[in-house]
Design a protein around this ligand. Structure first.
Ligand SMILES: [Fe+2]
Ligand SMILES: [Fe+2]
Length: 179
């Protein structure tokens, strides 16, 4: 998605920050629910999921600091992201390790794509602080995405419907938040 100037009272950089903040809350909840299931059934995945969860928590703080600095507000879809994230994480974890990897790959691919487009927009606008906030998390999100990919999260065709639902939901909620 190409990012454009906002047509309402909240400018696009603020929207990017609030949508990313809500997205991080969604990601936190994905990894929390996957951790919950993995601690019972897939202990080998726990260290990876704990690392990812810690990353997402620090990302959410980065965006919240910048939102506060601009006197901005939480995204209206903040709680929806959290609930949707928890649900997606939980269902994918019930499908086992492959489900978790497919979910990670699907979500993080959409995220990385949006972050890269946001960086193009923010560079054009010369909004250096928002640019730095977004660019500071990009490597972590690529690492999450690539971990999913390297563990066959993009492969196995049986998981294609799961990937489609997850990436579709992620895309819709980002666009909804950017309106
Ligand atoms: Fe993140
Ligand atoms: Fe992530």
């Amino acid at each position: 998605m190409k990012y454009r100037d906002s047509s309402n009272s909240i400018d696009t950089p603020q929207k990017i920050l609030k949508v990313n903040h809500a997205g991080e809350f969604g990601a936190i909840n994905i990894y929390k629910s996957q951790l919950f299931v993995s601690k019972i059934f897939m202990r080998n995945l726990v260290p990876m999921l704990e690392d990812f969860l810690a990353d997402e928590q620090s990302h959410m703080d980065i965006f919240w600091e910048e939102i506060k600095y601009r006197n901005g507000l939480k995204c209206k879809s903040f709680w929806l992201c959290g609930l949707g994230g928890y649900f997606m994480g939980f269902i994918s974890a019930l499908l086992g390790e492959k489900g978790i990897m497919a979910c990670t790959w699907a979500v993080e691919s959409v995220v990385v794509n949006h972050l890269e487009n946001q960086l193009i927009y923010l560079a054009e606008k010369q909004d250096i602080q928002a640019y730095e906030a977004v660019s500071s998390i990009l490597e972590d999100e690529k690492n999450h995405r690539d971990t999913g990919f390297n563990n066959n999260g993009a492969g196995n065709f049986l998981y294609q419907p799961l990937r489609c639902i997850i990436s579709g939901f992620t895309e819709i909620i980002i666009r909804f938040g950017m309106r």
